[in-house]
Design a protein around this ligand. Sequence first.
Ligand SMILES: Cc1ncc(COP(=O)(O)O)c(C=O)c1O
Length: 485
Amino acid sequence: MANQQKTPLFSKLVDHISREPHSLHVPGHKWGSVFPDFARKSFESVLKLDATELNHLDDLHDAQTVIEEAQQLLADVYRTQASFFLVGGSTVGNLAMLLSVCQKDDAILVQRDSHKSVINGIQLAQAKPIYLPSEYDKKTGLSTGVGLNTVIKALQEFPEAKAIFLTNPSYYGITRDLKDVIKIAHQNEIPVLVDEAHGAHFGVGEGFPSSAITQGADIVVQSAHKTLPAMTMGSYLHVNSRLISNEKIKYYLQILQSSSPSYPVMASLDLARHYVANLSQEEVATILESSEEFKSLLKKVPQISVIELSETTSLTIDPLKITLRTNCELTGIQIQSLLEEQGIFVELANEEYLLLVLPLAPFKEGEYIASVIQRVLKPYRTIKRTSKKRELSRRSIVKLTVDELDRSNTTFIGLEEAVGRRVAEPIIPYPPGVPLLIPGETITQENIEMIIKLIDAGTRFQGHANLKETGLKVFITDERKEARE
Ligand SMILES: Cc1ncc(COP(=O)(O)O)c(C=O)c1O
């Protein structure tokens, strides 16, 4: 292994600023000296790292020195052919992956409950997605990703597909073993792309799931900023493929990412890699222990339960994710509000669940937080709840391309009258950012009930502040239906 003690990019930046350089270049804050006085203190140390592409600080889009070395150290840790720093989150990684594998009218097999960036990437590529339904856990109703049989059938039916795009783990940390899916796709010479946004820490040691990249996936994108100590927007893209070239990926990354990528974000990616590479197995064991201890304290609170899966042979839950189910008269969102009053902020809440994300470090606040949860929930009655299956529309093919959709006439229609019509814009509850409806899909009664339920529970829909009043945008004629046959 290479010398993982090194932090080439971060160290070069620190060295540069220690020489008290005079800036006659961008950015305009001049290492923080030109900045509103009242805010300077808060930003000071970050602005000292906020450089630009000076000769000795390399260039993300043509990395040759310190950024190249930092990326090679990353590739060394994740055992890849090539790994790239991303400054636009996994969002840009997903777009680049998709544009690298498919062009206009190409078929691509895609997990239906993907993040909106995946749906957007397909639109940009003007590809024809074949959406694969996920399976759902019986006990919790949560998505467990696409099963092997679904992939096998899809490969038989669509041998012309240019790639398979999967999301693993889910937002809730539910992780599926992908080895068999990858094996069968490769037997068909089809690359597997994985959105591993929530799994940048996978593979750190025993007790954590392994990354899709070590299971043989061709390209994997990880939001380092979600579970590693990296700044927001900092992500990694890993390539290990004989089917897709690194050059193609690089080409799209330089198109999609800023020509002035943030040095603080990139330096934090260098440091996050250093952090992962230097975690000892003892530290990993302590992290796992503190997660287990926290869970056992939470299990003592009768008003909530810690979810477990009914099937555990090919599925696991990431130890950094804890999903609580409400067992009381309060919804998950109401519990979230009570906790916020106590200064405790969770990752996500909905009617039934609260999602907690633990740090990749021993969790020291577990006892305190569990005691607050116990105290604030004490007055509330426990009730028996059954999980609802959160299945998304099962219709699996949207054969319309973006320009066909763009050329269609649309109108708004009340929620109740929309059943049976085809939706003309994505409906995306956030978080988790998985579209409930994708343009071209037929709206079902179940979709409408879910939308109303989510609105009533206080869920935000991006770009739709007032869905109940505006209704849904649908296609006016049914010419499109014919186009699909
Ligand atoms: C599954 C999944 N993929 C991709 C993304 C986008 O990641 P980023 O925020 O790093 O752009 C998210 C964001 O929440 C996500 O949940």
